[in-house]
Design a protein. Sequence first.
Lengths: 284, 254
Amino acid sequence: MIEFFNALQDPNIPFLRQALIAGLLASFAFGIIGSYVVVKRITYIAGAISHCVLGGIGAALYLQYHAGLAWLTPLIGAIFAALLAALVIGLVSIYSKEREDSVIGALWVVGMATGIMLIAKTPGYVDPMSYLFGNILMITSQDLWIITALDVIVISLGILFYNRMLALCFDEEFARLRGINTRLYYLLLLCLTALTIVLMVRIVGIVMVIALFTLPAATAGNIGGRLWQMMAIATLLSMFCVTGGLAVSYQADLPTGATIVLLAGVLYLLVVVGAGLKKKMTKI
Amino acid sequence: MADQVIEFDNVSFAYGAVPVLSNVSFSIERNHSVCIVGPNGGGKSTLIKLILGLLEPDEGKVTILGGDPDDGRSQIGYMPQYIRYDQSFPVSVMDVALMGRIGKSAKIFYSQKDKNATMAALEGMGVADLANRPFNDLSGGQRQRVLIARAMACDPELLLLDEPTANVDPAVESQLHHILKELTERITVITVSHDLGFVSRLVDRVICVNRYVRIHPTSDITGEVIQDIYGGDIKMVRHDHCCSEEGHSHDRIF
């Protein structure tokens, strides 16, 4: 553990520090938006959005090389793709008669396939694996600024619309009858979900980000009695998983993203089993 | 202030080619509580959705509190029959009841006034002491009362209750009966129910919906009328026998 804290202060390995800062910052957004997603039961939509992010990253890399758009970094591409995917899924579920789950499934793989295709057609060595499973070495200080800005936006909106979002998640029809524009708020929730996913894609990767999105929130749901309590607990759990995962992976030379996610998984399992046992005990 | 709380003027509605309501005209006056009855699939839910402005009529006009249903619904307290919610949704009784205040105040966060009005509504339903309890810990009857409190939190002109006795036991039913009796003296209460016995002594009129709409004074509800509504033989149990001023009535249908 001491080795990890020394490494954090080592000026020669800034990436570890940056990864920790990014992870801790993102934990707030994950706790808040993750809780909305879990109680609204739209985890699978978050999954589709995160996989579409690869399409955005591929497009960004491709256009950077072929069209000379230097500003179009993979992170910017990821933001665009995530928001686009969120809007498409949202509008389909609101307006189309198409089955929502089919559309989500289609978008899920098409987004990913587009990314792989575009990355393959971009000269130079780009390893899709680092996008799929995360690579903390890739976090630049510019990324850190963007992550901070997005984080602030997501957290502010998430807190500002707490009462309306709570009503939307709990009983959509009633919320609509009370004059809430439920379609607009649903789209907003999906967009906030998209931005939150982008925050953590660098660290844990596209495939595993969904775990960090839902596991701390689901764990917290077993503990907190109200939505804001669930959010606070999920934020703390997410921070714990990020810090613990980084430390363990650094110490034991393990893949960071996988370590963080496994830690979140173990915590969830323990709490679910614990809650189950407690219920049984009180019944006896 | 409009004297007609609800006015249907020759309203028809169809889902695709299937007509659900045809040429429906009726009106409900202020403080005249009514009950909507009818068989499943007869158009009760559609009628409610038209009142709430969730559906637009194909023909005719619906007027709520003298205006468009979209404007009127902020004055309607609505209790749905089911709420499709997550059994482990982390929310307190107060959180749920406060949702009734949304749209009453335009603010992002609830004010003290919102909280006071909500507490008063919970008190009115006798569940104020449960305010801080998780909603999921409540019994069916307690939940039902919290949902009525949620509907009442906005001080509505019109209370619309969809099957208030659907999931409760007889003891709770009689509690609800008392609560509703009180409410009908203050505001217009529209109850949707399959259980005519429950409402027949609460309301003045019964609106029977089976594609067409017929209105009967409660005293006129006889076996023939019920057979007409439900379109078949219905087993009637004479549950209690009482003679009101209007005459003799069968009070309970199973």
